[in-house]
Every structure is written in structure tokens, then in C-alpha cells.
Design a protein around this ligand. Sequence first.
Ligand SMILES: NC(=O)c1ccc[n+]([C@@H]2O[C@H](COP(=O)([O-])OP(=O)(O)OC[C@H]3O[C@@H](n4cnc5c(N)ncnc54)[C@H](O)[C@@H]3O)[C@@H](O)[C@H]2O)c1
Length: 262
Amino acid sequence: MSRLAGKVAIVTGGAGGIGAATAAELAREGAAVAVVDIDEVKAEEVADRIRHSGARAIGLGGDLAEEDVARSVVHATVAEFGRIDVLHNNAALTASSFLARDTTVSEMPLDVWQRSMEANLGSQLLMCKHAVPEMRSTGGGSIVNMSSGAALSGDRTRLAYGVSKAGVHALTMYVATSEGKAGIRANTIVPGLILTDAVRAHLSPDILDGLGRATLTPYVGQPQDVAELVLFLASEQSRYITGQMISIDGGMSAHVSMNTGD
Ligand SMILES: NC(=O)c1ccc[n+]([C@@H]2O[C@H](COP(=O)([O-])OP(=O)(O)OC[C@H]3O[C@@H](n4cnc5c(N)ncnc54)[C@H](O)[C@@H]3O)[C@@H](O)[C@H]2O)c1
């Protein structure tokens, strides 16, 4: 239960869903955790729950698309805990009101495109930019970036989300390449459907049923499934894995059914 004893982790987008589950899991394994989110109140609530469990945590707020915010998150984490060993870039725009405007190539509002790039991809660049020097100064670290199955193939909607997530794959490989000899690894997690409370609330039973049938496992993924993959990639047990895209989707991306439509 102490795979991250003495380590310090930043989890972005940690106010709920997958990020909150991951922050709790890293803390359970011994890490001190900075929980960061544009929703500062919820980030602080998650940090508070972790502190009540006996681990160390701080909650930090701000829009990570802004360089000053990313820089100050890194500085605040180092000021509080002394170092950074793990960076989990999990923040992304998932609000259904925003995604409803993320449509197709001929209809794409430019503000939706630009905001998707800066919030989903730019935030990951900025956090890497400011965390990497800290990791270098202590001999290395592990960066775990968050993508989506939406980056692996086309869809009839959510073009900007898919393209911003595809950029995460390249960002990860470039960081892994330039920083590998400094002891810094970088990997991308590519989730399929993960049943957070928000996903449950917003997808219709029909769509959830269809996605469930397209999943090869008898169950659909939970936030804890992703948290455990982040933990593995953050820990020394994955020390020879870097620059990779790792799907966690119950096999959804591993098959196409021509017969059943699933
Ligand atoms: N749940 C799924 O089925 C699923 C599938 C594929 C990929 N993902 C990815 O997993 C990650 C977590 O998703 P989730 O389902 O837990 O959703 P979520 O909405 O609970 O988590 C995303 C968090 O990021 C925060 N955020 C957004 N923009 C921000 C910004 N500019 N600065 C700081 N914080 C910001 C949000 O406030 C939110 O708390 C996301 O990167 C998402 O794209 C989720």
C-alpha cells in the first residue's frame, strides 16, 4: 500500500469524476497530492477528504489554459511538498453545454475550437513545461496525460474534442523523447467509456446500452479502473514504459462488428 511513499503528485481536473478517484488512489499509496481544478471549491473538497483519510493534500484553483496559473500551481506544490514526482494531466472540457457546440467541420464555431485546444491540449503543455524542470532537478518523474478514444477514430460530432485529444498523443511522445534521459517518463491513457456520475446523468439509457454492448468485458469501466492505471504508470513498476498510448476501454477499440452493429 505504499507504491508512492515519499512522492508528490499533481492531479489536474481533480474536482470530480476520474480525477478525484485518481487523487484519492495516489494518496492511498503514499503520495502527497495537489488537487487542481478550475472549480476551486470542489478541488478543495476533494483535498479535504484526502486529508481526513490521513494523507497530505492541497486544493488549488484556476484555469490551466493560462500560463500564469500553470506556473503558480507548480510553484505552490513545490512550496508545500518540496518536489514533483508525478503529473497527471487529466483536466478537459467535458460539460455537455460546451460539447453541444462542438460539432462538425462545416459548422465548427471558432471559439469552441480554440477553447478546446487551449483547455484540453494547451493545459497539458503548460503543466509539462513548468513541472519538467522541477522533475529534472530531483532526478526524474512520471507524466500521465489523458486522452480519449475520441482521438483514435472519426465521429459525426465533437471534432474539436477529438483533435485536441489526438494532439495529446504527440505531446506525450515529444516529452518522452526529449526528457527520457533525464529520468522523466511520459505516457498517454486513452479511456473508452468510463461511468462517472456525470456520464451516467447525461447519456441516455439507449446510448449507454449501445456503448455497453460495444464493450467486450461484461461490465463498463469505473473511475477506479483508470485510477489504478494512473497509479501503475506513476510508480516504479512501469519504469520501462514511456512514450506509449495505453487504452483502457474494455476492448472497445479492439473490434468492429459487421454483423451486430455493436
Ligand atoms: N468519463 C469518460 O467516459 C471519459 C472517456 C474518455 C476520456 N475521458 C477523459 O478523462 C478526463 C476526466 O474526465 P471525467 O469524465 O472525469 O470528467 P470531469 O468533467 O469530471 O473532469 C474534468 C475536470 O477538468 C476540469 N477542467 C476543465 N477545464 C479546465 C481548465 N481549463 N483548467 C482546470 N480545470 C479544468 C473540470 O472542471 C473537471 O473537473 C478528461 O480528460 C476526459 O476527456 C473521460
